[in-house]
Design a protein around this ligand. Structure first.
Ligand code: PEP
Ligand code: MG
Length: 536
């Protein structure tokens, strides 16, 4: 038995035979051509066929995995039209008098290496895409049919890397899991695996010479186990069976309201970190987005994201969620979330330092840019704005004033602004104690139990040494949640929980009994929590 480690890209267990996936590689030889113009025309025709194939793949993908995941094929079509790429290929055929297969293959390889060496994660991921489109054109030139590994039986697919188009063309009934030696958890393939609900591992660099062997994928621990011993196999078979039963039960809950037997309704929302996660929220039947951690947009960028970039992201989520509520949290950086271009000073106590709304109220232009983007996006869906790390009423009033000025300014510019609910996060003990006063100023509260626990128990959430003192169910926290809900209801507003505690199904009943109106959890936890609610 061999245990190989990698990174989990999507949860779940799979057991089966391992199949090495090489794609359909065409051996490319360099040959000389005499009629270079005829060779260039042959290339042009193959490029057109490739573009047609991609157009069809796009339509298939839209139907199967949604427009956003399908967009990669549009990107491929655009890359096929890239002037530099085309000039590279044609120039090579002309200058070196070589066959089109060779020119496409070498140019594709060169471009892929350039992309792979870039600093930007997004651009690095394009390396696999340019290889993918070049391989497609080569296949067409060589007259080879499409298709990857032929799998007679459902298998665990192991590959160096998987191109999105290869992933989508696989016979899904035959894929138990994806394992790649390279790849990243943010690659389109990993995103597709999540959308397709298939366990996936990336960066399992030692998964060599495993074709045909028995394997287990543990998508929770990020492990590929090769030729498991009997005991390991048995324990994973039990896990798999439990997983199957659980999923069946949970799927039956899709489309059902989250209502207790005696008729109490809970709004069951999802926490997301980016536009692409909205897909998972919908796939798991979330009734809205309870926390969009907008700082991920800033963390993924090398400079302040522009108003336009943010507007596009917020609008995309709002539109995707249809009329459902989408609560977007304003920038929450500082402490453990550091961003170079903000040039924040080193601090003695960063968790108690310059972070979240404290930064926003100092860097007003940065804050204004985000609020303008949010207000503009509100014309395209049901957007709510939520501010983190509040300790005082004056902070709320100041943010509200800035927000009102921005709405006015946008309307004067002739831009539409929709109805926007305004809420705050309750994640400091101070905000719990003055919740009655804060409640008069806002439309809702969302309790951030991660920080509320850290500040109440005086336990740094990053410090693993304090685990033995950390009690997520500490009575102080549970009493505080009750106090916040009571203060909210007293003022006629609603209160939810968006910290990790909201997904703790051992507490669901207690939360509902306290009168918590909303729980916002990771997409995969929506149905397990609904299961609790409908059975109480
Ligand atoms: C929280 O503190 O509970 C919360 C939801 O915010 P974050 O985990 O992003 O700090
Ligand atoms: Mg927090």
């Amino acid at each position: 038995m061999k245990v190989l480690s990698g990174k989990a890209a999507f949860k779940g267990v799979a057991i089966g035979k391992v199949k090495e996936f090489g794609g359909k590689q065409v051996e490319v030889n360099r040959t000389s051509v005499t009629d270079v113009e005829a060779e260039i025309s042959r290339f042009e025709a193959a490029k057109e066929t490739a573009s047609d194939q991609l157009g069809k793949l796009y339509e298939k993908a839209v139907a199967e995995v949604g427009e956003e995941n399908a967009a990669i094929f549009e990107v491929h079509q655009m890359m096929l039209e890239d002037e530099d790429y085309l000039d590279g290929i044609k120039g090579m055929i002309r200058d070196e008098q070589v066959n089109a297969e060779y020119a496409v293959s070498v140019t594709g390889q060169n471009f892929s290496e350039i992309f792979a060496s870039m600093d930007d994660d997004y651009m690095r991921e394009r390396a696999a895409d340019v290889k993918d489109i070049s391989a497609r054109v080569v296949r067409i030139l060589a007259g080879v049919e499409e298709g990857g590994a032929v799998m007679e039986e459902p298998s665990i697919l192991v590959a160096e890397d998987l191109a999105p188009s290869e992933t989508l063309q696989l016979d899904r009934s035959k894929v138990l899991a994806f394992v790649t030696r390279k790849g990243s958890t943010n690659s389109h393939t990993a995103i597709l695996a999540r959308t397709m609900n298939i366990p996936a591992l990336v960066m399992v660099s030692e998964a060599e010479n495993v074709d045909g062997l028995m394997g287990i994928v543990d998508g929770k621990e990020g492990k590929l186990i090769i030729e498991p011993d009997e005991e390991t196999l048995k324990s994973y078979q039990e896990k798999l069976e439990a997983q199957r039963k659980e999923q069946e039960l949970l799927n039956a809950l899709k489309g059902r309201p989250s209502v207790t037997k005696d008729g109490r309704k809970i709004n069951l929302y999802a926490n997301i970190g980016g536009v692409e996660d909205a897909e998972a929220a919908l796939a798991n039947d979330a009734e809205g987005i309870g926390l969009f951690r907008s700082e991920f947009l800033y963390l993924q960028s090398n400079d302040y994201p522009t108003e336009e970039e943010q507007f596009e992201a917020y609008r995309a989520v709002a539109e995707k969620m249809g009329g459902r509520r989408v609560i977007i949290r304003t920038l929450d950086i500082g402490a453990d979330k550091q961003i170079d271009y903000f040039e924040l000073d080193r601090e003695e106590n960063p968790a108690l330092g310059y972070r979240a709304v404290r930064i926003c109220l100092n860097k007003k232009e940065v804050f204004r840019t985000q609020l303008r983007a949010l207000c503009r996006a509100s014309a395209y869906g049901r957007i709510a704005i939520m501010v983190p790390m509040i300790i005082s009423v004056w902070e709320v009033l100041t943010v509200k004033e800035i927000l009102e000025n921005i709405k006015k300014e946008l309307r004067e510019e002739g831009k539409e602004v929709g109805e926007i609910e305004f809420g705050i996060m309750i994640e400091t003990p101070a905000s719990v104690i003055i919740a009655d006063e804060l409640a008069k100023e806002v439309d809702f509260f969302s309790i951030g139990t991660n920080d509320l626990t850290q500040y109440t128990l005086a336990i740094d959430r990053q410090n693993a040494k304090l685990d033995m003192f950390y009690n997520a169910h500490h009575p102080a926290i549970l009493r505080m949640i009750r106090m916040v809900v009571d203060a909210a209801h007293e003022a006629g507003i609603w209160a939810g929980i968006c910290g990790e505690l909201g997904a703790d199904t051992t507490l669901t009943e207690e939360f509902v009994n306290m009168g918590v109106d909303e729980l916002s959890v990771s997409p995969a936890m929506v149905l397990p929590v609904r299961h609790k609610v409908v059975n109480m």
